[in-house]
Ligand binder design. Structure first.
Ligand code: GTB
Length: 216
């Protein structure tokens, strides 16, 4: 049975690959698993059928036979585990790759995501500039550590892994902010991720949805 994932019927990013289905599509492409996509509207996401899959009424989800999964990190781990391409076989190397998955989602993503939200939702608030600057300070602290760790390596810990996949999707959200460019090795790291054929296929697939939505 083919895996089915959910994605926005109309992504607010208009196909820039910032919604979290992008990381799931990319993981599926990396391991070579075919998948179907069920597009959902904002209204449908809050209805019982979708809430049965995703208790918070969000995308993405993954259905594989009788398994329904939510949380993009858990979904990427499910796709990666036991297949070649995204997690090293050796136990300790695998544990380190998983640590980078958590680092991407728990340590690096929160201030980056909060910054994006602030630029969209809080621009008119009197404290906006102060909040933005505090969030950007936190982001820079995280990026400086990440940059130091990455050094001149291609990937965070040996070969490309699910940790890199998640980290690249998180860092991409800084495109246009000017912050990523302050760390040339991280800029090159993101570009390396975006140049992977699996990334390109995933990106093009989500862009096709946005293009069709804007035509319709
Ligand atoms: N922790 C969950 C996970 O990782 O799966 C978070 C899932 C999540 O935030 N989903 C968002 C969603 O469904 C879409 S990705 N939101 C609708 C809702 O909560 O009602 C977040 C997102 C949305 C839009 C853009 N964008 O347009 O740039 C980028 C990212």
């Amino acid at each position: 049975m083919t895996i089915t994932i959910t994605a926005f019927e109309r992504s607010p990013d208009r196909g820039r690959g910032l919604a979290r289905d992008m990381r799931v599509r990319w993981a599926l492409e990396e391991v070579g698993l075919p998948y179907d996509v069920r597009l959902v509207s904002f209204k449908e996401m809050k209805e019982p059928a979708h809430l049965a899959l995703q208790p918070f009424g969000q995308i993405p989800t993954l259905e594989d036979g009788d398994l329904a999964l939510f949380e993009s990190g858990a979904i990427v781990f499910y796709i990666a585990e036991g297949r070649s391409g995204l997690l090293p076989q050796e136990n300790k190397a695998q544990a380190r790759a998983v640590a980078w998955m958590f680092a991407a989602l728990n340590t690096v993503e929160p201030p980056i995501f909060d910054r994006s939200l602030a630029t969209i939702l809080e621009r008119d608030q009197p404290w906006y500039e102060h909040r933005l600057s505090a969030l950007e300070d936190t982001i820079r602290v995280r990026l400086a550590s990440l940059s130091r760790h990455l050094g001149a390596s291609d990937w965070l810990d040996g070969p490309f892994s699910a940790g890199d996949l998640l980290m690249v999707t998180v860092l991409r959200r800084l495109h246009g902010s000017g912050i990523l460019e302050e760390y040339p090795n991280l800029t090159a790291y993101v570009a390396r991720g975006e140049a992977r054929p699996a990334y390109r296929r995933a990106f093009d697939a989500q862009l096709a949805v946005a293009t069709a939505a804007s035509a319709g």
